[in-house]
Design a protein around this ligand. Structure first.
Ligand code: GAR
Length: 221
């Protein structure tokens, strides 16, 4: 258990996920020490400033290659001395060197039940595939997009009246509960990763990680 577990968040957009992480940090055992964005106009940067967290915006369009941008990003992130780097709606593909540098300390949340529906438009993809359930996954980041060991998943049952919009709304509510909890469990040492295998309280978890349903989240909130 670390008293002052340092979390750096990377984002590209509105930052509702960051807000949930910030809102829970008093009750959980991590501290957000820095927020970085590849988009200078990302609303998430304002959320961070309002919470008194240092920010850094690094416009990827001003770099000639993904590699040179990521190299500078690593430099800026490491100034915050993070224990964990958290992707929260960070919509850029990462270079191999970046992923390698943060191996075992880099997590992401992706709005699908991985390995289903990697990439964009996961809500519509789930509907088009006739899936009965959808959800979101917290996973360690590896070189392959939306891959890597799954730490936790939150699931919901898709109903006949669901649209991509309603699914997105329902998933986001679950994400705002799930991601802070996942960070807390990693920070407190409850979740560990060894040779790509995830354990909770030293007990190995399956490929879907720790699973929680929309109903139990509603009760917990
Ligand atoms: C979240 O729903 C997250 O799962 C998704 O971006 C959203 C960010 O929302 N991430 C991905 O799709 C990554 N592949 P926010 O900007 O409101 O925090």
């Amino acid at each position: 258990m670390t008293d002052n577990y340092r979390v750096v968040v990377l984002l590209s957009g509105s930052g509702t996920t960051l807000q949930a992480i910030l809102d829970r940090q008093e009750q959980y055992c991590y501290q957000v020490v820095g927020v970085l964005s590849n988009r200078p106009d990302a609303h998430g940067l304002e959320r961070a400033s309002k919470a008194g967290v240092d920010t850094c915006s690094l416009d990827h369009k001003r770099f000639s290659s993904r590699e040179s941008f990521d190299l500078e990003l690593v430099k800026r992130i490491d100034e915050f001395k993070p224990d964990l780097v958290v992707l929260a709606g960070y919509m850029r593909i990462l270079s191999r060197a970046f992923v390698k540098h943060y191996q075992g300390k880099l997590i992401n949340i992706h709005p699908s039940l991985l390995p289903r529906h990697k990439g964009l438009n996961t809500y519509q993809s789930a509907l088009d595939a006739g899936d009965k359930e959808h959800g979101t996954s917290v996973h360690y980041v590896t070189e392959e997009l939306d891959s890597g060991s799954v730490v936790m998943q939150a699931t919901l049952d898709i109903t006949d009246v669901d649209t991509a919009k309603t699914l997105e709304q329902r998933v986001k509510v679950m994400e705002h509960h799930l991601y802070p909890k996942a960070i807390d469990w990693i920070a407190s040492g409850r979740i560990t990763i060894q040779n790509d295998a995830i354990s909770l309280d030293k007990k190995p978890l399956g490929p879907q990680g720790y699973r929680i349903s929309e109903k139990s989240i509603a009760t917990a909130n």
